[in-house]
Design a protein around this ligand. Structure first.
Ligand SMILES: [Zn+2]
Length: 272
């Protein structure tokens, strides 16, 4: 082969190799750019998802179970109207506080028995109407020789922070969530509930506990966490925790002695 031809062939090979090299770099760049875009899109989607979840926070957790009625208003799967007002959720006018629906951290009972809310832990700070119903129930029980008293009433947000953290440190999050509410999710902050007597399972088997189970609804109270309905309420059975809802609703939830849950009745969730 003549020398010149060989030289030209080498030159051509060099150009081809350079071309391939540039092509590889360009392709690599394109692939990287594409991936970056994908990442951006998925980050954008995440943000979008988060926004939607936040909007529906303490309202529909499972969007299939609810339908949007108007801004901030929903219809539960049982056909009740769920409304949010100043961060507080109401179903047909009843305030709902559970694992799904929380209260603002600065919320305190608006019409307390004591006239004003003083401190983070206060029995007389529970709602006036609820307290008057309790006093009537207490005096009726007394005529039967039963001693019923409130051991824990209103608990403020900060009090619940301490309480819940202590339980988590002792038993872990999973166990604590079965019997204690996270701050903002405790019904005790609403002032519409209280714990009676010993605040433990032993209350269930006392004469007082049995009487409460059969008669609390006549005064407008419900057993808020009935036996066997942890999957609905999100909490273990608590025979001592009563919630005031008024006589009409209490009668329905009492369900001839086969207590329903507030969640089951209204078609609400109670999950974190
Ligand atoms: Zn309680």
């Amino acid at each position: 082969m003549p020398k010149r031809r060989k030289k030209r062939k080498t030159k051509l090979l060099g150009v081809v190799l350079l071309f391939i090299f540039i092509l590889i770099i360009l392709l690599g760049g394109l692939i990287m750019l594409n991936n970056k875009n994908k990442d951006n899109i998925s980050v954008k989607n995440e943000i979008k998802k988060e926004k939607v979840t936040n909007n529906l926070d303490k309202a529909p957790v499972d969007s299939n179970s609810y339908s949007l009625l108007a801004d901030g208003e929903y219809v539960t799967e049982k056909g009740y109207t769920l409304k949010k007002d100043k961060g507080i959720s109401y179903v047909d006018g009843y305030m709902i506080v559970n694992k799904t629906y929380s209260l603002p951290s600065d919320f305190v009972p608006q019409n307390p028995y004591s006239g004003s809310v003083d401190g983070d832990w206060c029995i007389n700070c529970i709602d006036k109407e609820a307290m008057e119903a309790f006093k009537l129930m207490q005096s009726d029980a007394k005529t039967l020789g039963l001693n019923i008293y409130i051991s824990s009433g209103f608990r403020g947000y900060n009090r619940q922070v301490t309480l819940y953290n202590n339980y988590v440190n002792r038993d872990g999050v999973e166990a604590a969530d079965r019997y204690s509410a996270r701050p903002g999710h405790s019904e005790h902050q609403s002032g519409l509930c209280f714990d009676l007597n010993s605040i433990d399972d032993s209350f269930t088997y006392t004469e007082e506990g049995k009487w409460i189970n059969n008669n609390a609804h006549l005064y407008g109270f419900i057993i808020r966490f009935p036996k066997g309905l942890e999957n609905e309420t999100g909490y273990q059975y608590e025979s001592w925790h009563l919630r005031y809802v008024g006589k009409d609703l209490a009668m329905k939830i009492y369900n001839n002695g086969n207590w329903l849950s507030l969640e089951g009745y209204f078609g609400l969730s109670s999950v974190y």
